[in-house]
Design a protein around this ligand. Structure first.
Ligand SMILES: Nc1ncnc2c1ncn2[C@@H]1O[C@H](COP(=O)(O)OP(=O)(O)OP(=O)(O)O)[C@@H](O)[C@H]1O
Length: 346
C-alpha cells in the first residue's frame, strides 16, 4: 500500500461534481504535482486531504490509517498534514518568530532553537525573526509560510499554488529551494499548480485533472512523451498532432515515415510530436519541403509558422519553436527532420 491512498473520492457542491471519483496513490517521500485547468477540482482535492471538507464518498488513507471514509472523519487539526496557501496566509499582527512558532508549544524547552533552525532551513537570515510579515517580500513570506508549516513536523505537505504570486525568475529559484527543503526533511509533498512546466520540473509524479476526474498520473517524462489522450498532450506542453497511417512500425504523415512507440497497424491514427523533436535544415536535400510563413520573436526562441505540402498538393500548417539564433527568415524554404519516435494517441 502507498503512503497516501485516495480511493473513489467524490465531492459535489449542489449540481457541481467538483470531484467525480478520484483514485490516486502517492509514495512515501515523493513529490506529486496536480495540474489541470481552472475549476477542475484541484483545490477541492487538497481541502479534502487536509480535512477542511468531508468527501461525499470514497476514502483517504495515510500510512495505513483512515482519515476519511467508512464512517471515519479525522478533523484537520488532528491530521499530520501541513498546508502552504497561495498567499502564504501569515498572521499579519504577529512577528515572523511568532508566525513560525505558532504550531510549537509555548513551553517547549527548545522552542527558540527550533524557530531559529526552521528559518535557517528555508534560507532566511535570523534578523527577519523580529519583523512583521508586511516587512518581507512575497518570496520571503512564502519561505516563512513553509517554515511555519514545517514546525508541526507534518508527514505530508500540501502546497496550493505557493509560487503563483512570484515573478518568473524568483518562482524557479523558490521551487528549487522548497523542493530541497522538503526533500531534506523527508516530507511527502503534493503541489497544486496551473503551471505545467512547474509540475514537470518539481514532481516525481504528475496527475492531470479535468472536470473533477483524473485523466492520467505518472512520471513527468512518461506523461509528456506518452500522454493517454489529446487533452493531456496539449495540457502538458506544445503539441504537434498530425493525422497518419501506421504500418510496419512507422507513422506515415506529412513529415515522412516516423518510427512509432507502439507497433500497431492503423489506417487512420493521430500521432504526437513535441516541437523540440523537429529540426529545420535548408532545403537542399529534398524530403519534406516546407516554407516559413510567419516568425514571432520571444527572446531565446522564435515561434515559426511553417507550411508543408501534403499528398493532396495542399499546404498543412505547423507551428514550431526554434532557437532565435539562426532562425530562418519568413519566405525561406526548409526541410523538416524528425528525431526520436512519434507517440500514437489512442
Ligand atoms: N464551496 C463551494 N461551493 C460551491 N461550489 C464550489 C465550492 N468550492 C468549489 N466549488 C466548485 O467546484 C469546482 C472545482 O473547484 P476548485 O476550486 O476545486 O477548482 P480548481 O481546479 O482549484 O480551480 P482554480 O485553479 O481556478 O483554483 C468549481 O466548479 C467550483 O466552482
Amino acid at each position: 500500500m502507498s503512503f497516501l491512498e485516495l480511493s473513489g473520492l467524490r465531492k459535489t457542491y449542489g449540481p457541481v461534481a467538483a470531484l467525480d471519483g478520484i483514485d490516486l496513490a502517492v509514495a512515501s517521500g515523493s513529490r506529486t504535482a496536480i495540474v489541470g485547468p481552472s475549476g477542475c477540482g484541484k483545490t477541492t482535492l487538497l481541502r479534502l486531504i487536509a480535512g477542511f471538507e468531508r468527501p461525499d464518498a470514497g476514502s483517504i488513507e495515510l500510512d495505513g490509517a483512515t482519515l476519511a471514509g467508512a464512517g471515519v472523519f479525522v478533523p484537520a487539526y488532528r491530521r499530520p498534514i501541513g498546508l502552504v496557501a497561495q498567499d502564504g496566509a501569515l498572521f499579519p499582527h504577529l512577528s515572523i518568530a511568532a508566525n513560525i512558532g505558532f504550531g510549537i508549544a509555548r513551553d517547549a524547552p527548545d522552542r527558540q532553537a527550533r524557530i531559529a533552525e526552521l528559518i535557517r532551513l528555508v534560507g532566511l537570515d535570523q534578523a527577519f525573526l523580529q519583523r512583521r510579515p508586511h516587512q518581507l517580500s512575497g518570496g520571503q513570506q512564502q519561505r516563512v509560510a513553509l517554515a511555519r508549516a514545517l514546525a508541526r513536523k507534518p508527514r505530508l505537505m500540501l502546497l496550493d499554488e505557493p509560487f503563483s504570486a512570484l515573478d518568473t525568475g524568483l518562482r524557479a529559484a523558490m521551487r528549487k529551494t522548497v523542493a530541497g527543503v522538503l526533500e531534506a526533511a523527508g516530507v511527502t509533498t503534493i503541489l497544486v499548480t496551473h503551471d505545467q512546466e512547474e509540475a514537470l520540473s518539481f514532481a516525481d509524479q504528475v496527475a492531470v485533472m479535468r472536470a473533477g476526474a483524473l485523466m492520467q498520473a505518472g512520471a513527468p517524462r512518461d506523461l509528456y512523451l506518452r500522454p493517454r489522450n489529446r487533452m493531456v498532450a496539449e495540457f502538458l506542453g506544445e503539441a504537434i498532432i498530425l493525422p497518419a497511417r501506421v504500418a510496419d512500425g512507422h507513422a506515415h504523415c506529412i513529415l515522412g515515415a516516423i518510427p512509432v512507440d507502439r507497433d500497431e497497424q492503423q489506417q487512420t491514427a493521430e500521432i504526437l510530436l513535441r516541437p523540440e523533436q523537429i529540426g529545420l535544415e535548408p532545403d537542399e536535400t529534398g524530403g519534406a519541403s516546407a516554407v516559413v510563413t510567419d516568425s514571432e520573436f520571444s527572446g531565446p526562441t522564435c515561434t515559426l509558422t511553417v507550411e508543408v505540402a501534403n499528398d493532396a498538393g495542399e499546404a498543412d500548417t505547423l507551428v514550431l519553436r526554434h532557437p532565435s539564433a539562426g532562425a530562418p527568415q519568413v519566405g525561406t524554404r526548409i526541410r523538416l527532420t524528425v528525431s526520436g519516435s512519434a507517440h500514437l494517441l489512442s
